[in-house]
Design a protein around this ligand. Structure first.
Ligand code: ARG
Length: 457
């Protein structure tokens, strides 16, 4: 059934119907659509626009439609233009003429704006939960790896030693920010557009504040034109989701690197790896690669919607229907990636010995050797140069700094003493770094305790 046949003299061209229809994707929020309609008629009855009896019949009809869709007895077909038409026409089929009163004082423009907000609000909660699970996994891994020494990199060149706990801790911070971004968006978008009508409000004495309350909003939106044409919150959401994917993608890249034959810092679990159809020896990190790959499609959704919105005059235009598939796909992608990523990192094996030996073989303690000289009164610039020459000497002899004799040290500076060996041991290098945010044990334990509190909130 069409909601708008009256002024037309011809049937819609079938291709036009197919092109225009959104039911294939907006059926995703049938529950939110019904929830919004129930709140709407509850308000209409309170205002005397519908009788109590009419309201009860409509609410009962809507609830039954919801149940029947849920249990599969009512199948959403492609005949209706959208989910709004589908629900309304089935309501009329079930309860007769009273069902025709459902749409009093409402347009599909404010209805769809509401449905999308309700849907997004629910999904933000789900994604927040998934990020929290990832944070909990990271938290466990951090506690287990305060003493797992590994090289830290800049320019992908070995730089200074740190710990795996510290490395995971960097991602902990990123995902913590991602959660707070989602919460900001949820807070800002949480105003109810229902009652804005097509664009100019309605002549019925609606109580918009009441509807907003019924639906858990902080209040009604304050401009009816903006209410039906605002898609800012979706753009903000897609931006936040892009950032989550960017974080997951960077992490994936490191997992792929650490898992490769050259590094062997970690080994992915068999359950989270795939094989090759031709090379029997292969065990590939496809999950991490797919997460990295899918980042592109979430960025794409953001750019698509920004582009869709840029030339639209006020108020509603059908272009805005494009927001749905993009947003749904981005949300589903992020949820899938978060869940799989958490599974992947909670099952991987950590090769502590490989990490430690890599940190040993790359002069990651050179800065500490220079700092040792500074401690003995050598100006830092001179100390830097002395250790630079020492590194070159060691490279030529294929030795690490801690493997050369004190006599050899003394050839470069007389201030070197026996205590140099302790000063440049990897665990000294890491555990002397105890300013807030540094990888030293004390600093790390403090941050882990803060994270623990954060996760309990
Ligand atoms: N499917 C439409 C959308 O997603 C619903 C609103 C239709 N409004 C209209 N004036 N045709 O935007």
């Amino acid at each position: 059934m069409k909601l708008w046949g009256g002024r037309f003299t011809k049937e819609t061209n079938q291709l036009v119907h197919n092109f225009n229809a959104s039911i294939s994707f907006d059926q995703k929020f049938y529950q939110q659509d019904i929830k919004g309609s129930i709140a709407h008629v509850t308000m209409l009855a309170k205002q005397g626009i519908l009788t109590e009896k009419e309201k009860e019949l409509i609410v009962q009809g809507l609830s039954e439609i919801q149940e029947d869709i849920q249990n599969g007895t009512l199948v959403i077909d492609g005949e209706s233009e959208d989910i709004h038409s589908f629900v309304e026409s089935h309501l009329i089929k079930r309860i007769g003429d009273i069902g025709k009163k459902l749409h009093t004082g409402r347009s599909r423009n404010d209805q769809v704006a509401l449905d999308m907000k309700l849907y997004v609000r629910d999904e933000i909660e789900t994604m927040d939960g998934l990020i929290k699970e990832l944070l909990e996994t990271l938290h466990t891994l951090m506690k287990e790896n305060i003493h797992t020494i590994m090289p830290g990199f800049t320019h992908l060149q070995k730089a200074q030693p740190l710990t795996l706990a510290h490395h995971f801790g960097a991602y902990f911070e990123m995902f913590k920010r991602d959660r707070s971004r989602l919460m900001d968006i949820k807070k800002r978008m949480n105003l109810c557009p229902l009652g804005a009508g097509a664009l100019a409000g309605t002549t019925y004495p609606l109580d918009r504040t009441f509807t907003a309350e019924l639906l858990g909003f902080n209040g009604p939106t304050l401009n009816s034109m903006d209410s039906v044409s605002d898609r800012d919150y979706l753009i903000e959401l897609l931006s936040a989701l892009s950032t989550i994917m960017m974080h997951l993608s960077r992490f994936s890249e490191e997992i792929i690197l650490w898992n490769c034959n050259e590094y062997q810092f970690i080994e992915l679990d068999d359950a989270y790896s795939t094989g090759s159809s031709i090379m029997p020896q292969k065990k590939n990190p496809d999950i991490a690669e797919l997460v990295r790959g899918k980042t592109g499609r979430v960025y794409g959704a953001l750019v698509s919607l920004l582009t869709t919105m840029k030339g639209l005059p006020l108020a509603y235009n059908k272009d805005m229907q494009e927001d749905k598939e993009l947003t749904f796909d981005a949300i589903d992608t992020v949820k899938g990636c978060l869940a799989l990523f958490t599974g992947m990192i909670s099952t991987l094996k950590i090769n502590k010995a490989a990490m430690q030996s890599s940190a040993k073989n790359g002069f990651t303690n050179a800065t500490d050797a220079a700092d040792y000289l500074v401690g003995k009164g050598v100006p830092f610039r001179d100390a830097h140069s002395i250790v630079g020459q020492l590194v070159l000497y060691c490279i030529n002899k294929n030795l690490s700094l801690e493997e050369i004799s004190l006599a050899e040290f003394k050839q470069f500076s007389p201030v070197f003493e026996e205590d140099i060996y302790k000063a440049i041991s990897l665990s000294t290098c890491v555990n002397k770094r105890n300013t807030i945010g540094a990888p030293g044990q004390e600093a790390m334990e403090m941050v882990i305790a803060l994270n623990e509190k954060y996760l309990k909130k």
